[in-house]
Design a protein around this ligand. Structure first.
Ligand code: BJW
Length: 230
C-alpha cells in the first residue's frame, strides 16, 4: 500500500463479527423502540430511565467476555503500526474494540459507550457499571445531569475539525462496514474525492453512497480487509 496519508472510516459492520449487532440489520428494534427514537436528546428528556436502560444493556453486552476484537480490527491496528503517523482511524462505533486490538490514532466521532458526560459542564468520566437518572455527577454533585457520552441524532459529532483536515489531505480513504445512511460520516467520501484520494468501500453489500467510491470490495470485513491491506 503506497499511500502516504490514509483515512479509514469504520461502522457497525466491522464489529458485527465480534457479536455486536449492527443498527440497520434485521428489525433494528430494541424493546419495540426504533433505535432512532431512543438515541436522541428528546428521548433523554422525555424518558431518561429508558435511555439509561438502553445504554446499560449495551454496556453490559460490550463487557461480556465473548465480545473480542476480530481479525478486521487487528488488521487495522497492524496497518497503523506499519504506516506510523500516516493512518487516521475514524470510527462511528461506540464500542472499544479498535483500541483493544491496538489502534492508537483513533477518533470516536459518535462518542464512547464506556464514558458518561455531565450535561452541564461537559466533563467526561469513565463508567463501567449501570447508570441511572439518580446518579450524582462528580463535577457538580447534582442528580439527573449525567448522560451517556454519545452523539445522538441532531447533535454535532466529535473531532470534526481534525477529521475534515485529515480528509482534505489524504490520498487513500477506506470506508469499512458502514451503510452510508448517517451524515456527516456518509459524506466523507465526497470530501476525500475532492482531495484527489483513491476511495474504497469494503462492506458486506453496496452502501447507500457506493456510487461515490472508486473501488468496491464486498464481503465480511474479517475476510476481505486483512487480504486487502497486506
Ligand atoms: C458488514 C458486516 C461484516 C454487516 N463485514 N460489513 C437528512 C439528510 C441528511 C442528513 C440528515 C437528514 N436529517 C437529519 C440528518 C442528520 C442526521 C442523519 O444523518 N440522519 C440520517 C438518518 C438521515 N445526522 C445527525 O444528526 C448527526 N449530526 C449532525 O448531522 O450534526 C450536524 C452537522 C452539520 C455539519 C457537519 C457536521 C454535523 C449525528 C449522528 C449521530 C448518529 N448516532 C448513531 C447512534 C449512536 C449512539 C448509539 O449507538 O446508541 O450512531 S445512529 C447509528 O448510525 C450509530 C452509528 O454510528 C450510525 C451509523 O451506522 P453504521 O455504522 O453505518 O451501521 P449500519 O447498521 O447502518 O450499517 C452496517 C453496515 O455494515 C451495513 O451496510 C452492513 O451491510 C455492513 N456489515 N456485517 C462488513 N461482517
Amino acid at each position: 500500500m503506497g499511500a502516504e496519508s490514509i483515512v479509514i472510516l469504520t461502522g457497525a459492520g466491522i464489529s458485527a463479527e465480534s457479536g455486536i449487532r449492527t443498527f440497520r440489520a434485521a428489525d433494528g428494534l430494541w424493546e419495540d423502540h426504533r433505535v432512532e427514537d431512543v438515541a436522541t436528546p428528546e428521548a433523554f428528556l422525555r424518558d431518561p430511565e429508558l435511555v439509561h436502560r438502553f445504554y446499560n444493556e449495551r454496556r453490559q453486552g460490550l463487557l461480556a467476555p465473548e465480545i473480542q476484537p476480530n481479525p478486521a480490527h487487528y488488521a487495522l491496528a497492524e496497518l497503523e503500526a506499519r504506516h506510523s503517523g500516516s493512518v487516521l482511524l475514524v470510527t462511528q462505533n461506540i464500542d472499544n474494540l479498535h483500541e483493544r486490538a491496538g489502534s492508537h490514532n483513533l477518533l470516536h466521532m459518535h462518542g464512547e459507550l464506556l464514558n458518561m458526560r455531565c450535561g452541564q459542564s461537559g466533563e467526561v468520566s469513565f463508567f463501567e457499571g449501570a447508570s441511572s437518572p439518580a446518579d450524582l455527577c462528580d463535577c457538580c454533585g447534582e442528580a439527573g445531569l449525567l448522560r451517556p457520552d454519545i452523539v445522538w441524532f441532531g447533535e454535532m459529532p466529535m473531532h470534526m475539525d481534525r477529521i475534515y483536515s485529515a480528509l482534505d489531505s489524504c490520498d487513500l480513504f477506506l470506508s469499512i462496514g458502514t451503510s452510508g445512511h448517517v451524515y456527516p460520516a456518509a459524506g466523507f467520501v465526497e470530501v476525500a474525492n475532492a482531495a484527489g484520494a483513491h476511495t474504497v468501500e469494503l462492506n458486506l453489500e453496496p452502501s447507500r453512497v457506493e456510487s461515490a467510491f472508486d473501488e468496491h470490495i464486498y464481503g465480511a470485513a474479517s475476510e476481505v480487509l486483512p487480504t486487502y491491506i497486506t
